[in-house]
Design a binder for this molecule. Sequence first.
Ligand code: ATP
Length: 283
Amino acid sequence: MEIIEKAPAKINLGLDILRKREDGYHELEMVMSSVDLADRLTFETLPENKIIVETNKAFLPIDKRNNVYQAATILKERYGIQDGIKISIDKHIPVAAGLGGGSTDCAAALRGMNRLWQLGLSMDELVSMGVEVGTDVPYCVYGTTSFIAGKGEIVRPLIPMPQCWVVLVKPRISVSTRKIFQQVEMDQLSHPDMHKLSEAILKQDYEMMLAHMGNSLEDVTIPKHPVVQQIKDRMLKYGADAALMSGSGPTVFALCKKYSRAQRIVNGLKGFCDEVYLVRTLK
Ligand code: ATP
C-alpha cells in the first residue's frame, strides 16, 4: 500500500523573543500560518525492518540527519513497529529559507506513518515525538494558523488567518536558524505583540492583523543580510499590504488582498531574485 501526505510551508506572521532560558533555548511567542507551497511525501511499507528516505534534491541528507528519517526512527521505536518503511520526499519548499521545510516534512512523516500503520495516535502524541526533532515541528503537526509559545512546543490553534495572496521571495543566501539565535542580543530587539496579533486573527480583522505583524529576528538577520530589507522595501513599493521576514529568514513574504497587486510584486521582484512564488493562504 502507498499513501501520500502533503507538507505545506509555514510563514511567521509574528515572532517575539521573550528571553533566553537557562537551557540555552529562547522563550518565544509566535503566530504561524501555512501556505499552499508544499512538499509531497509518499509512504510505502517494506517487508524488511529498515528505513529508506529518498528525495529529488541530491544535496539533502537521506540518513539520520534528515528530519523524516528521525521521525521514522522515533515512531518505530516508541510503538515497536517491525515493518520497514520507504519515504520519498518530493521537495518544492526552498531549504534553509525560514519556511520550515524540514519541520513540515517531519510532521507530515508522523501523520503519514500514523495513517499507514493505522496507529490512531492523537495530535498530542504526534507533537511529543515531533518536538524531539525540531521546535517548529509541533506547529507543523497541526498546520493551521496558531499561537505558539515556549520553545515551540505549546501550540494553540486559532482560526484560519484572513485569506489573501502571499508572495514569497527567497534571495540566493541560506541562513542557519541556529546561528541567528546564537547572535541574538536581547536588549536590541523589537517586540511585536503576539496576543494582539492573535486577537486580530480571531476577529478576522485584516487591518489589525497587518498592524501587529512583526519579527524580532529581523533585528538580527537584516544587519547581516541587507538584501532582506531591500526585498521588503520593493514589496511595499509595488503595493504589498505588508512585508515581513519569515522565521530567521532569509525568505520575505508579502501579503495582498488583491491579485493584481500580488502579480505586480511578482513581476517587480523577479528580476531581483530568482526564487519568487505566488501562493494562497491555506483555509
Ligand atoms: P526553520 O524555518 O524551521 O528554521 P528552515 O526553513 O530555515 O527551517 P530547513 O529547510 O528546514 O530550514 O533546512 C534546515 C536544514 O535542515 C538544512 O540544512 C537541511 O540539510 C536539514 N534538513 C534535514 N531534513 C530536511 C528535510 N526533510 N528538508 C529540508 N531540510 C532538511
